[in-house]
Ligand binder design. Structure first.
Ligand code: T5A
Length: 207
C-alpha cells in the first residue's frame, strides 16, 4: 500500500486555512480519496489539553521555551497517535498547522532561533515530514480585519500584537524561501474560490 499524502496548511492568524482545508477535503471526498483532517496544537486528547494551556490568556507568564516545548509535545503526540498510523494506512492527512508554525512563531517571532526549533521539530516528528505545505500569505492588516469581522476574542498568542504577527509572516517567507520544493506560497488575499482552485490544481498533480 502506498503511503498517504501528508498536506499541511500554514499562515498567520485568519489567513483562511480552515476555509481552504474544508474545500480540499470536499474535493478529496468527491474523488473517493480517503482523508483525515487534524489541527495543531490539539487533535488528540493529550494535545487538546496542551492547547488549552497554550492559548489561555491567563498563562501570561509562560516563558518562550515552555511555549515551544509544549507545542513540540503536542506535535509528538499527534504524529505518533494519529498522523503516522493514517499515512501508513494510505490515508491522506491534512493538517491545520504543523512544524513550520513553530519555526515562524517561536523560532522567528519569539526570537528562540530557527536552529533550536528545527532540532526540536525533527525530534517531535521522527521523520514524518509533510509532502506539501501551503503557506497562505496575507498581510497583517488583512489578518486584523478578518479576525475583527469574525468577532472572536483573541487568544494568548494572537494577543502578542501586530509587530509580532508581522515577524511571524517574515518567518514564513524565510521558510518558504529555503524550502521552496515543499512549501508553496499562495497569495491568499483573492477570492475563496480562486485560492481553492490553485490548491486543488497543485494537489491533483500529486495524486
Ligand atoms: N501556534 C501554533 C504557534 O505559535 N506555534 C505552533 O507550533 C503552532 C502549531 C493556534 C495558535 O497557535 C499558534 C498559532 C495560532 O496563533 P488557532 O485557534 O488554531 O490558534 O488559530 P489559527 O490556526 O490561526 O486559525 P484561525 O481560525 O484564526 O484562522 P484560519 O483557519 O487560517 O482562517 P479561517 O479559514 O478561519 O478564516 C478566517 C476568517 O477569514 C474569512 C473566513 O470566512 C473567516 O471569517 N476568510 C476570507 N475572507 C476573505 N477572503 C478570503 N479568501 C477568505 N478566506 C477566509
Amino acid at each position: 500500500m502506498n503511503r498517504g499524502l501528508f498536506i499541511t496548511f500554514e499562515g498567520i492568524d485568519g489567513c483562511g486555512k480552515t476555509t481552504q482545508i474544508e474545500l480540499l477535503r470536499e474535493f478529496l471526498d468527491s474523488k473517493g480519496i480517503a482523508n483525515t483532517v487534524i489541527r495543531e496544537p490539539g487533535g488528540t486528547e493529550v494535545g487538546e489539553k496542551i492547547r488549552q494551556l497554550l492559548l489561555d490568556k491567563k498563562n501570561s507568564d509562560m516563558t518562550s521555551l515552555t511555549e515551544l516545548l509544549l507545542f513540540e509535545a503536542a506535535r509528538a503526540q499527534i504524529v505518533e497517535e494519529k498522523i503516522k498510523p493514517a499515512l501508513d494506512d494510505g490515508i491522506c492527512v491534512i493538517c491545520d498547522r504543523f512544524y513550520d508554525s513553530s519555526l515562524a512563531y517561536q523560532g522567528v517571532a519569539r526570537g528562540m532561533g530557527t536552529d533550536i526549533v528545527k532540532m526540536l521539530n525533527n525530534v517531535a516528528v521522527a521523520g514524518v515530514d509533510p509532502d506539501i505545505t501551503f503557506f497562505l500569505d496575507i498581510s497583517v492588516e488583512e489578518s486584523i480585519a478578518r479576525r475583527k469581522s469574525r468577532g472572536d476574542e483573541s487568544d494568548r498568542i494572537e494577543s502578542a500584537g501586530d509587530s509580532f504577527i508581522e515577524k511571524v509572516r517574515q518567518g514564513y517567507l524565510y521558510a518558504a524561501l529555503y524550502d521552496s520544493n515543499r512549501i508553496r506560497t499562495i497569495d491568499a488575499t483573492g477570492s475563496v474560490d480562486s485560492i481553492s482552485s490553485q490548491i486543488i490544481s497543485i494537489i491533483s498533480e500529486r495524486l
